[in-house]
Design a protein around this ligand. Structure first.
Ligand SMILES: [Zn+2]
Length: 279
């Protein structure tokens, strides 16, 4: 029997939010069995906790994933969720002093390493997998993301960008903690050079810089080095692993993404929520 897991002890990390540029601290706490993943705003202590997988919980997205509504919402939560999902943490409470967690290095590396350092604790109750029983997908023009029955959690992803330094990249593999840590966790956020200024104008990425975001032009990232030759597709897999944890349950499924992003990922999650009647 596979049992649920939580973190061994609490810890916190601080830095600036990638989108807001505001200084923020995020706290990770162990949580009891069957409690799942709980998000809470420390700056609004009277807010209801946001329990992932509860049916009433709203999500939406533009270039980042947002959970909850208005003052009781958190944004750009996908890298934290990816670290929890990737390491197989079933129960944890995440509290933050602002609307988004610190961006750190633009990947899930530092969250993942901090969880490992705190330690992972096996609990007694059996893991509650969300077993996908029939194919479900969403698509929009050339973009697609679908989920299919499988005994393992596998992700396949394809991206295709009209920039020589990215081009067509694919990733496909089973996602288990060791693979997640080695192959996925440290892949950083990226954007195209011409997008970067536009996004800043629109008010996004105030905490972004060329170190925590790969600003890709034809030759590669500006003032930075790639951690993997195909770092962009690995980051898309990271984001997808994070978004897939919005239902707060580990998956037995094969997930296939083609040019998908947060907006489409979250549409799939809405569909899953309805299909599997998350309460
Ligand atoms: Zn991301």
């Amino acid at each position: 029997m596979e049992t649920q897991r939580t973190i061994n002890r609490d810890f916190s990390l601080s830095g600036k939010g990638l989108q807001t540029g505001k200084k923020v601290e995020v706290f990770f706490y162990p949580e009891e069995e069957n409690k799942g993943i709980i998000l809470k705003r420390k700056d609004f202590p009277k807010n209801e906790p946001l329990v992932l997988g509860s049916g009433g919980l709203k999500f939406n997205s533009s270039r980042r994933s947002i959970v909850g509504k208005g003052k009781n919402s958190v944004e750009t939560i996908e890298h934290v969720l990816a670290s929890l999902h990737g390491l197989g943490i079933d129960n944890a409470r995440i509290e933050m002093t602002g609307s988004e967690p610190p961006g750190m290095d633009g990947s899930a590396k530092i969250f993942t390493e901090a969880i490992r350092k705190a330690g992972i604790k096996e609990q007694k109750e059996e893991r509650r997998y969300l077993r996908i029983t029939k194919p479900l997908w969403v698509e929009d023009k050339e973009a697609f993301v679908g989920i299919f029955p499988s005994d393992k959690f596998k992700v396949s992803f394809l991206i295709d960008y009209p920039v020589a330094s990215i081009g067509r990249q694919t990733f496909s593999g089973e996602i288990e903690p060791e693979i997640f840590e080695k192959e996925i966790a440290s892949a950083r956020t990226f954007c195209l050079k011409e997008q970067a200024l536009l996004l800043l104008k629109m008010g996004f990425g105030k905490g972004a810089n060329v170190k925590n975001t790969l600003v890709m032009d034809a030759d590669g990232p500006m003032d930075n080095e790639l951690r993997f030759p195909d770092e962009p597709v690995r980051h898309k897999v990271l984001d997808l692993i994070g978004d897939l944890y919005l239902l707060g349950r580990p998956l037995k499924a094969r997930v296939v993404g083609v040019r998908s992003g947060h907006r489409l990922n979250l549409k799939l999650m809405e569909k899953l929520k309805k299909e599997y009647a998350c309460k």
